[in-house]
Design a protein around this ligand. Structure first.
Ligand code: SIN
Ligand code: CO
Length: 383
């Protein structure tokens, strides 16, 4: 799977990009995808935005009073007919879940771990359209698929950055332009989290493809691991103080008490296998669990991973166990199945060859795993 070169990065190697730009500074790559054409038309994108199970937004800019109007999908034909000729944008989330050719674009970004991926969002804008000055907590690669757009990047923001008063939108009240980027089809702009940015369509038919990568907040890491531990630990494991000394002030929480609590927390943070088992589940939870559909077909020789399925794996430190994580589930497997697990995750495909040269018990474990993955909507019969 180690690919020496990723064409989207032009002259940079994956490690050069990661060292110099990833989570550090914006980067414009002209002609990053010179031959790539969007595999769906603006009408098909609008069609997706009319589907109940697809997340979409329309953002209109009313220039007179500088007001931004947000409408959430699903939309109908009339919603599009009612739009003004310019200054609006349609944004459709997770198009990679619905259009296999869009999902294929993700192969160009496998210099970032799969489990960091959020989704591919596609926006269509008329001249003047955009989502306004804002920042995201995620890394994003913005690919210009058609038309032209003027991007500006600005200051580094955080939760203290002032926002315009709006019930649903997080539009920055201040924007200090640092760099300007004039994007043409095939160009790509990388933006790290927190960097203010503002994209305005400078033509009609301006289509931007956002490949977004997510990162859990510290609060989410600590609280989600806490919930997982609560489900897995015996209630008999308790704070203990057999070394207690009589306090001079009974209401005081002593430094020793805090040290004992810290020891409890450290004990669970210091167990890599436990952390990995929980983290793999968290990072492969489906984006839209309600959309996960089980294939009713039985396990067959050739199966592909569903476009919306998230996969990851981890090998235990003692090398005895390989954990496969799929859509928020974890499967502990013997290390002898590692090659199979890695191949399935790398290629997002299961072929008959994976059953070859296995012992009877390995074959049994693999069949049970594949059956479960089919039932959970992770695998489906290859077309
Ligand atoms: C857009 O495509 O208009 C917005 C993308 C972004 O700013 O993250
Ligand atoms: Co953004």
């Amino acid at each position: 799977m180690n690919r020496p070169h990723f064409p989207v990065l032009a002259h940079l190697s994956a490690n050069e990009f990661l060292d110099q730009y990833w989570q550090k500074q914006p980067l414009l790559i002209k002609h990053a995808l010179p031959d790539w054409t969007l595999p769906l038309s603006p009408d098909e994108l609008a069609g997706l935005a009319c589907e109940e199970s697809v997340e979409s937004r329309l953002l209109l800019r009313q220039l007179g009073d500088q007001e931004w109007v947000l409408k959430r999908g699903p939309f109908n034909e009339q919603d599009f007919t009612d739009l003004p000729p310019d200054n609006w944008t349609l944004l459709v989330q997770a198009v990679d879940h619905w259009v296999p050719e869009v999902r294929e674009l993700l192969n160009e970004f496998r210099f970032i771990p799969d489990w960091r991926l959020d989704d591919i969002m596609i926006s269509y804008a008329t001249e003047g359209g955009g989502v306004g000055p804002h920042f995201d907590n995620y890394d994003v690669f913005l690919i210009q698929a058609s038309g032209t757009r003027h991007w500006q990047s600005g200051q580094l923001c955080d939760d203290r950055s002032p926002l315009l008063p709006h019930p649903d939108l997080k539009i920055l009240a201040e924007f200090k332009t640092d760099q300007d980027f004039h994007m043409e089809p095939g160009d790509m702009l990388y933006l790290p989290p927190g960097v203010a940015h503002w994209g305005t369509a400078t033509s009609n038919d301006c289509v931007t493809v956002s490949v977004g990568f997510r990162a859990p907040s510290h609060g989410e890491v600590v609280s989600d691991y806490g919930l997982w531990l609560n489900d897995h630990l015996s209630d008999f494991l308790r704070y203990a103080d057999p070394d207690l000394k009589a306090p001079s002030h009974p209401a005081e929480i002593s430094a020793e008490a805090i040290t004992r609590v810290q020891e409890i927390l450290k004990q669970y943070a210091n167990d890599p296998e436990q952390v990995a088992r929980w983290f793999g589940r968290l990072m492969t939870e489906p984006k839209y669990p309600e959309n996960a559909m089980a294939d009713l077909e039985p396990v067959t020789a050739e199966m592909s991973v569903a476009d919306d399925a998230r996969l990851a794996w981890y090998q235990s430190e003692d090398l005895d166990t390989v954990y496969l994580f799929a859509n928020g589930q974890d499967y502990a497997l013997p290390a002898s199945l590692k090659t199979t697990v890695v191949a399935v995750c790398d290629n997002r495909y299961v072929s008959a060859s994976h059953m070859e040269n296995l012992s009877a018990s390995e074959r049994e474990s693999l069949t049970a795993l594949l059956t479960d993955l089919v039932e959970n909507g992770v695998l489906m019969t290859a077309e």
